[in-house]
Design a protein around this ligand. Structure first.
Ligand code: HEC
Length: 125
């Protein structure tokens, strides 16, 4: 019984840590860096920054394919409107140039991982 309550305590703490990590990434939305120069920057600003700041986008670095999947995720789960193929390609051109795998800035982000799998620090417990 004692053992069980220890377990509940630990899992409660883990849940707390998870929620805490979740809220720090949302807090980033309050710092509002400008989008760096790049192709079709204005299109990206108009399409991608009404809901969250550029920081949410810029903290990621991934391949064009992963960016494409991220846009689909925005559309299916977060309410991003439907985009014409031209606009979608323009946004992908920008993201690939500014935060693609060959882009100069950014942190390591394995091509094989989606950003929400690698973007969180290890559980501190
Ligand atoms: C209609 C609102 C909306 C629009 C428009 C939108 N997003 Fe998002 N986006 C969200 C929400 C809400 C989240 C947080 C989702 C979560 O973490 O569960 C998010 C999260 C993200 C993330 C993950 C951030 C991280 O590192 O955890 C990325 C990357 C992203 N958006 C990119 C984009 C791009 C690129 C566009 C433009 C093509 C875009 N978003 C347009 C609502 C939107």
């Amino acid at each position: 019984m004692n053992c069980m309550s220890e377990w509940l305590k630990v899992s409660g703490m883990m849940m707390g840590a998870f929620l805490w990590v979740g809220s720090t990434s949302v807090a980033l939305a309050e710092t509002d860096p400008p989008l760096p120069e790049g192709p079709h920057r204005a299109v990206v600003e108009e399409t991608c920054t009404p809901c969250h700041s550029a920081a949410i986008i810029l903290q990621n670095r991934m391949s064009r394919k992963r960016w494409d999947e991220t846009i689909t995720w925005m559309q299916e789960q977060q309410g991003l409107e439907k985009l014409t193929p031209t606009v979608r390609n323009q946004i992908l051109d920008y993201l690939e140039a500014v935060r693609g795998m060959a882009s100069p800035a950014g942190k390591p982000s394995p091509e094989t991982h989606r950003m929400y799998e690698y973007d969180y620090p290890p559980n501190p417990l």
